[in-house]
Design a protein around this ligand. Sequence first.
Ligand code: SF4
Length: 335
Amino acid sequence: MPRTQPYPPGTRIGLTTTIPVEMVLAAGLAPVDLNNLFISAPGAPGRVSKAESAGFPRTVCAWVKGIYAVLQEHSEIAAVIVACQGDCSYTQALGEILEAENREVIHFKFPYPPDREQMRRELENLAARLGTDVREAVRVRERLEPLRRNLSRLDRLTWETGQVRGEENFLYLISSSDFESDPEAYELKVGEFLEEAERRPHRSRSLRLGLVGIPPIFTDLWDYLEELGAGVVFNEMPRQFSMPYPGLDLAEQYLRYTYPYDIFGRLADLEEAVRERRLDGLIHYTQSFCFRQMFDQIIRERLAVPVLTIEGDRPAPLDSRTRMRLEAFVDVLRP
Ligand code: SF4
């Protein structure tokens, strides 16, 4: 049942994926990306097991189980926004399970195919559910512009000058789905990091890799690639979360975002990254039991660089087989 009273200011609202976060902020609420909450706190592997003990099948993606379990630890999260179109059927089912457990669930649909009029309606519906309006969200979008510009600058320092490491790039950009629940504090943190990074010496990479696909569940992927002498200078999804396209209005911004739509928009974005960032190869991360694994073939066929596909299941360091495959891939690409 939609609530009739507005949420008190500062109420924490869970997100199962990136959605128009400007709307949550416009309503004076605190967005919480549940993926980041699940993976960043200690005990992430235990949360997957907890969800299985609660009845989630082994053959369901670990991100969904992690979100379910972390929500059990955070009763202060008053409602959860679920993308019931543009994410996956697992998160849609998760939303229904949460509703059955009396958690308030708010649905958001990314129009498929992308459509401006439908996006406008979805934004209005979301605004009404959260107790705000689109005009206020547009003002928030404008206030966020300098922060988003800084995130693009951080990204450039990764692939142009090598002053930012691949993992740092990943961690800062992935947090732009919810700005760590506090955009002002996050903006300061990004600004301070940039000041420090810009004082570092330039570093050229002999081997430049891109990381494609949903955020990896492995805990040490970037470190291991660094050990092998390869730098990740492109993190596909975190960069998408940062909305690196200035000058768009709110609806266009979320229509340009590639994650919820078809593979062809992603391919165009990847082709541009391969060319602009002079990538030597791509690592395609796939998640066990995720439908997005099906795109592997088309990514391999359409992109004109070598692609290594790896698969992860639960939060854990890289297994020995994956380490060996990464090492062999880097050896083959090494100039
Ligand atoms: S990894 Fe795949 S299956 Fe898991 S939540 Fe994301 S889209 Fe859904």
